[in-house]
Design a protein around this ligand. Structure first.
Ligand code: OGA
Ligand code: MN
Length: 208
């Protein structure tokens, strides 16, 4: 028999993705890993230029303050340092598992650090571009510290459609170590206004 070990954490994620088109995985990164990744993000913020995030791609690119207020820095896997290698090792393991078990055909991925300063948000949107629909799964990793409070805002809201066609809004708190995954092509979502600086890594798994 050609087999491989079932990974219970990944199996839960896959179950939820298949049934609901989204999944939440708490403690995907340990407290220690979150601390290391957050410190790394803060170091990057000092050393490199986070850019005001834009909307759309290439000639469509615009910076519209009213739509999103976060600052981002793209990660470069080829140039990953030790800390980022830790991140990509976990991601690539997940991707390999998804491809092996769900035949998702993920052949590319892209990730950026994101900082939402106090008072910023990201209005309701879809993660696919008009001129590029290769994004298949959206992933968000929250790097806030363990003391993140519910009244800090900054929830990720997913706009879901029930079997009866009824719309509902699911609010997900950006808790340390949590990973949120959702279908890039169908799930509209937004980031609620934050009352405290909010840290994350956001990325996309892409097909050809
Ligand atoms: C995005 C996005 C969600 C989040 O960057 O496209 O929707 O919770 N992020 O940060
Ligand atoms: Mn998005």
């Amino acid at each position: 028999m050609v087999g491989f070990d079932l990974n219970p954490v990944y199996e839960l994620i896959i179950d939820d993705l298949v049934n609901h088109k989204y999944a939440i995985s708490d403690h995907f990164f340990s407290d220690e890993e979150v601390r290391i990744l957050r410190n790394h993000l803060l170091l990057k913020q000092e050393q490199e230029n986070f850019k005001k995030a834009a909307i759309g791609k290439l000639f469509n690119e615009q910076v519209i303050k009213e739509v999103r207020g976060d600052f981002i820095l793209w990660m470069e896997e080829e140039k990953a340092d030790e800390v980022e290698q830790l991140f990509f090792a976990k991601i690539n393991d997940l991707i390999a598992y998804l491809n092996r078990t769900c035949y998702l055909g993920i052949c590319e991925s892209e990730f950026h650090y994101a900082i939402y300063p106090e008072g910023t948000f990201y209005q309701r949107h879809l993660d696919v571009f008009q001129n590029d629909n290769r994004r298949t799964l959206s992933l968000v990793f929250y790097l806030n510290d363990e003391n993140w409070q519910a009244d800090y805002g900054g929830e990720l809201a997913l706009f879901l459609e029930g079997d009866n066609g009824q719309q509902s809004e699911l609010k997900i708190q950006p808790l340390a170590g949590r990973m949120a995954l959702f279908d890039s092509k169908t799930i509209e979502h937004e980031v609620k206004k934050v009352k405290q600086q909010r840290y994350s890594i956001t990325g996309w798994l892409k097909t050809r």
